[in-house]
Ligand binder design. Sequence first.
Ligand code: SF4
Length: 246
Amino acid sequence: MIRASAYTFKILRFDRKEPGDKARFQSYRVRIIPGLTILAVLNRIRDEIDGTLSFRSSCRSAVCGSCAMVINGRIDLACRTQAASFGTDTIILEPLPNMDIIKDLVVDMTRFWTMYEKVKPWLYRSGPDPEKEIGQTEDARALIDQFVHCILCACCYGACPVISRDPEYLGPAALAKLERFVLDSRDERPRSALNEVNSEHGVWGCDTALKCIEACPKNVRPTDAIIDLRKRLFIDKARQFLGIRK
Ligand code: SF4
């Protein structure tokens, strides 16, 4: 027989629409069975205990990236984290850092999307649209594989120590996406396109603290992308200095 155990969920509550509201923790006691995810618990709290609780979710399968949050101090997706996996019966849930709270576990992702758009995250072609699909070899596809897996959950953005001191920093997700297109055999953006990230708010802002890699639920390694972009810029500079034409 599967036994249910009582857990305490301490959830950060805040509503920016309420004048004078202060962030505080509210506790909910819930009986859960092993295997239940944090997202399932949140759904139960909202459906059965407190309908005012706010959080984002959609796919329940670590595909949509909506339910990113801080779970007992670790950034992860609520849908892929089991409540019983922490070895404690008290679970603390907080919204992602580096973004303003809208309500409870829902954060304002405007800046994340603004930074994302800045790297022009789409396949760039110099000529007219081709008549048919552009082919790609298996080896060429393998090069971009890890970056294609990004679900834009912003776990890396929340974990990044640079964003907390430099809100203009592009951030790990945007730079990893740029690398995805730079490596894509079908992309024709000019090398000069990298000049837009050649600054302390771009690739040179990264502390290489590797927090983004630690936080990513899809095994994307944004720091590797940033280091590769730095190398490309450095090689371009060296070529210019030596008068070598491409
Ligand atoms: Fe999420 Fe990883 Fe993409 Fe960052 S790189 S947005 S953590 S999937």
